[in-house]
Design a binder for this molecule. Sequence first.
Ligand code: NAD
Length: 294
Amino acid sequence: MTTIAFIGLGNMGNPMAANLVKAGHVVHGFDLMPEHLETAKNNGVVVMANAVSAVKDADVVITMLPAGKHVLSVYEDIAPKAKAGAVFIDSSTIDVESARKAHAIATRHGLLSVDAPVSGGTGGAAAGTLTFMAGGDKAAFDKAEPVLKPMAGRIVHCGDAGAGQAAKICNNMILGISMIGVSEAFVLAEKLGLSHQALFDVASTSSGQCWSLTSYCPVPGPVPNSPANRDYQPGFAAALMLKDLKLSQEAAQQAGAATPLGAEATQLYSLFAGQGHGGTDFSGIIKFLRGEAS
Ligand code: NAD
């Protein structure tokens, strides 16, 4: 049994914290929103008055916050008050530069630190099957790994500080681009009089095969549990895809990497979200490509 502080108990944080409680850990939780604290309390989390009191006795501190600025400001507050030798794990999706700054804050206070963003969404958070992509030195990773297990289907140590965030945004850039590619193929097939099922049957066993097609098909029918079958209710909202694509483009600019398709995907999701579809599943981009979104 470990005492774990969990800061940021939103759509992802609350089910993740609940799985830690189920695994027998004592979880001290804090969030700015009272209704999220209420849910946490019902899940067996010990609700604390603020982030500093949550970390005071914790061996492990997990943050699940919206963006880099939130993580850095919380780290500045809590790192000086944390228990000696504690490990800080940031599972938020944030920019690589802020992730490295967060590591530096933790290290400055003698703490171990891991960036460990996730994929798998709220469904994976509830089921305890998230994929964690971890960055940090071996000593920090070895201490973090057993704590991540009750929330995880897979845990990959990707490299040093920031490597987890780098893996996350590279993966999601592939996802954004591939979803647009698959959607364009269905739109073209419709114009050519080819049925959705026929394109699926061919492409799913041919060189066009990819996750966006076979697990998350953007048209209803071929993959019965994809969001297209429930009018594009998320799943993974277009606004979150846009956030991750923007992070990929910031990183590409800073690193001097050419990502022209990543840039185009960012632009298309920005237009889609700008037309009021930020809350639509990201596979709903097919409606935008058909000219149906606005
Ligand atoms: P959310 O908005 O539901 O939760 C974030 C929580 O952080 C909120 O409850 C908010 O009140 C809290 N918060 C903000 N500032 C705080 C502070 N200073 N102190 C304490 N609490 C604070 O967001 P979410 O969907 O849970 O996502 C969290 C992170 O996980 C994001 O970085 C997101 O990109 C990433 N992520 C989300 C998904 C998903 O499907 N929702 C999937 C993978 C990764």
